[in-house]
Unconditional design. Structure first.
Length: 275
């Protein structure tokens, strides 16, 4: 959990740069990539984090460190954002990397806005999480901090092959397993879905059924979950014939599985125990 000082610093920087990231349009993707590259650098270099968060160190000195590292290779807005982050106080040194990651996700969301794919990316991320819920071994391998990051990435690429997801979705999912950042892969995916939903001022509810739902069913679910959650709801409808019937509903870390396939699985387990 972040301290109040870090939360305040993060919030101030995000609010300050939101209009600038929005105005970048499609060029916001470069800022997102620049920032995430810097996040991975910070994660691998604790002395650098300490240098950039040391309250006794002059701001100009911190800026020179950033400028030397980036050496005109990053977008000017990226440099400005990182300068601003070093101007703030942080409860723990690692929180500056968290804030840079937050800004990277914000920049990605504004890029998605410019392409008109924000809902699509959020929905595809939710689909990845939903599809992997029943694969504990796969989730373990994607979250194993002691394994090789390339092996984790190759595994995820193999799982996503043929799914025709947007490159932005795939890259965000790959980032979540390449640099785990002390989190489990599915937790990061849920966090990303929540962040995109927050960006759209709505909650993403993924509903998996054996056959496509009609408009009336989708509208009914939007109404029910909108009342339940107290915010506008976007229904991400996923068709998976293997569930046989019923539906699986997921939003955030909450998952309710009322599918026929799952009920049959539970029934078989009870019969095996009884026998």
């Amino acid at each position: 959990m972040r301290g109040e000082t870090s939360l305040s610093s993060d919030k101030e920087t995000r609010a300050k740069y939101a209009p600038l990231l929005k105005s970048k349009g499609k060029d916001a993707l470069r800022v997102a990539m620049d920032l995430y590259t810097f996040v991975t650098l910070l994660d691998a270099n604790r002395p650098l984090e300490r240098a950039l968060t040391d309250p006794s160190r002059p701001a100009e000195d911190k800026w020179r460190v950033i400028d030397t590292i980036l050496a005109d290779k990053a977008d000017p807005l990226t440099v400005d954002i990182l300068h601003d982050l070093t101007d703030h106080q942080w409860s723990r040194v690692v929180h500056i990397a968290n804030a840079a990651e937050d800004m990277s996700v914000d920049a990605t969301a504004y890029y998605a806005d410019a392409l008109g794919i924000t809902n699509q990316v959020a929905g595809e991320l939710a689909e990845i999480h939903s599809a992997l819920l029943g694969m504990p071994l796969v989730l373990f391998r994607l979250s194993d901090e002691y394994s090789d990051s390339k092996a984790r990435a190759d595994l995820l690429r193999a799982l996503l092959d043929g799914q025709h997801m947007h490159p932005v979705t795939e890259q965000m999912a790959l980032n979540a397993t390449i640099d785990l950042r002390g989190r489990r892969f599915p937790d990061t995916i849920v966090w990303l879905v929540d962040r995109f939903s927050e960006h759209m001022d709505q909650i993403m509810v993924t509903v998996t059924t054996a056959v496509s739902m009609n408009d009336q069913q989708v509208n009914r679910l939007q109404e029910v979950y909108g009342r339940k959650l107290g915010k506008p709801v976007h229904i991400n409808s996923v068709v998976d014939p293997s569930v046989l019937g019923g539906m699986k509903v997921q939003y955030g870390s909450v998952s309710t599985d009322g599918t026929v396939a799952t009920q049959l699985k539970h029934l078989k387990r009870r019969m095996a125990v009884a026998g």
